[in-house]
Design a protein around this ligand. Structure first.
Ligand SMILES: Nc1ncnc2c1ncn2[C@@H]1O[C@H](COP(=O)(O)OP(=O)(O)OP(=O)(O)O)[C@@H](O)[C@H]1O
Length: 472
């Protein structure tokens, strides 16, 4: 009889993870995956699997070190080690650290399935909390060292209730991290409730947070539960905490100290059973020194600080994120698009002041606007628009850039509405495409390959455009 269990697969090779997941799901197992040690730690902090399958060489360290530590802490946990380094040393070391089995790569899927069966038959007995029915896919994308640091902190906090303060520029993923902490932890079956201090009128913040009784203030026609009450048993995410008014700060501090709160206009005291995660895109330490934020509240919130890096500080994640967002756009019904290598290079050299959110929006627009399945550097540059033309890449003819700017200025004067009526891309591209292609063909003696290269589009795209425009 086959037994089914919760299995965590740790391998940095996405293809191998997919193959293993598909093969083992057929036997009814529930799979979760991680691509790095830090991701694995985050998963393990959320709950032990019945069987761990891990690669040895991982981008952020050696899988066997993790195995040694885990097996020491949970002697019953069966671990299957996979390794492409088919050396005796790896095999021996796997046994020494207490692995249950060792399979050299490439391995046979039936052998792996059989190894999993014997591992389950031995039974770990050490399952503290089942992983859950579904693979709660990690929502955070990024392999940069800076993101690995973030994963490590998440791993440290998921299974406890320590207050976390997430800092980072707008669009760096602060809310996503707060949700990951909630979704991976023991409170995940209770609500995750978010409140943004900057989005609520100052005078209503306390009522929003703590709820109010009927008649507590003008317009309070019925009793209303506040976010603390709504989040009971779960996580309360206090976003843009730097914008919290002073009086509300004082009240919040009291709640954090006593673990209780009273509703606005009411005498009822309610126990605050929530985990607090706060976020800010402002420097709270500066607000404290300016007297705009209470120092004692700052220390109460900043128990575990997490700093999210700006996207420009982790450019190696840009390609991964861009592809991820194009995939997501395709899953939501938009046309499926890919990026050619020069397009990725342009994305990687952009500074992304709006961080991941800006990249996400840009990829959705690309999915809609790009005429070709393969997005080229030229299209990316056009869409990055003003922010890119400030620093034009060497290969763009300054004459062409100047002509586009001149055309935009003329449009702004003659037809200002056209600048934001949603047709700008087609208008400008329509106007500049023909002279641009003709000029480049002329410059390269009608050599289409060289002209396509200079344009940053592939040759087939150029051919198609020539056909459509009737050039040639
Ligand atoms: N590492 C990441 N992987 C995948 N998606 C991400 C990542 N970081 C951010 N995103 C996406 O980028 C968008 C912005 O993220 P989020 O809202 O969490 O940012 P934020 O820092 O809270 O922004 P703000 O300060 O403006 O509220 C979201 O759609 C989120 O899903």
């Amino acid at each position: 009889m086959t037994r089914a269990g919760n299995i965590l697969v740790v391998d940095d090779d996405g293809a191998i993870r997919t193959v293993i997941v598909q093969a083992l799901q057929r036997d009814g197992h529930r799979l979760t995956t991680a691509a790095t040690l830090a991701e694995a730690e985050m998963r393990l902090a959320a709950g032990l699997p019945d069987v761990l399958i891990t690669d040895v060489v991982l981008p952020d360290g050696n899988g066997l070190d993790m195995v040694a530590r885990l097996v020491a802490e949970h002697p019953g946990l069966p671990v299957i080690v996979l390794s492409a380094q088919n050396t005796l040393t790896t095999a021996v070391r796997s046994t020494e650290v207490g692995a249950f089995d060792y399979l050299p790569k490439p391995f046979d899927l039936d052998t792996l399935a059989a190894a999993v069966q014997s591992a389950l038959a031995r039974g770990s007995g050490g399952v503290a909390e089942p992983i859950g029915e579904e693979d709660r896919a990690l929502p955070l994308i990024g392999r940069s060292p800076a993101m690995q640091d973030v994963y490590r902190v998440i791993a440290r906090v998921v299974s406890n209730d320590l207050t976390v303060l997430i800092s980072g520029e707008s669009g760096t993923g602060k809310e996503l991290v707060a949700r990951a902490i909630h979704d991976l932890g023991p409170r995940r079956r209770s609500p995750f409730v978010a409140i943004n201090m900057a989005a609520i009128p100052r005078e209503l913040i306390e009522a929003e947070l703590f709820g109010h009784e009927r008649g507590a203030f003008t317009g309070a026609q019925a009793r209303s539960a506040g976010r603390f009450e709504q989040a009971a048993g779960g996580t309360l995410f206090l976003d843009e905490i730097g914008d919290m008014p002073m009086e509300a700060q004082t009240r919040l501090l009291r709640v954090l100290q006593s673990g209780e709160f009273t509703t606005v206009g009411g005498a009822r005291t309610i126990r605050a059973d929530v985990r607090i995660v706060a976020a800010t895109n402002r420097d709270l330490a500066v607000l404290v020194s300016n007297g705009q934020f209470r120092e004692d509240l700052f220390y109460r919130l900043n128990v575990v600080p997490v700093t999210l890096p700006a996207l420009r500080a982790r450019r190696q994640d840009i390609a991964l994120l861009a592809r991820h967002f194009l995939d997501r756009a395709a899953e939501s019904g938009l046309p499926r698009k890919q990026l050619d290598p020069q397009a990725i290079a342009v994305l990687e050299s952009h500074d992304w002041p709006g961080n991941v959110r800006e990249l996400e929006n840009m990829m959705r627009r690309m999915a809609v606007l790009s005429r070709d399945d393969m997005i080229g550097a030229g299209e990316v540059r056009v869409l990055l628009g003003g922010s890119y033309s400030a620093n034009p890449p060497a290969e763009v003819d300054p004459g062409i850039a100047a002509a586009i700017r001149a055309r935009l200025e003329r449009l702004a004067i003659e037809e200002p509405a056209a600048l934001d009526d949603g047709s700008l891309y087609d208008r400008i591209i329509g106007e500049v495409e023909r002279p641009l292609i003709e000029a480049l063909l002329e410059r390269h003696g009608n050599n289409q390959l060289r002209a396509a290269r200079a344009l940053g589009i592939n040759r087939n795209t150029l051919r198609k455009r020539l056909d459509t425009l009737g050039i040639g």
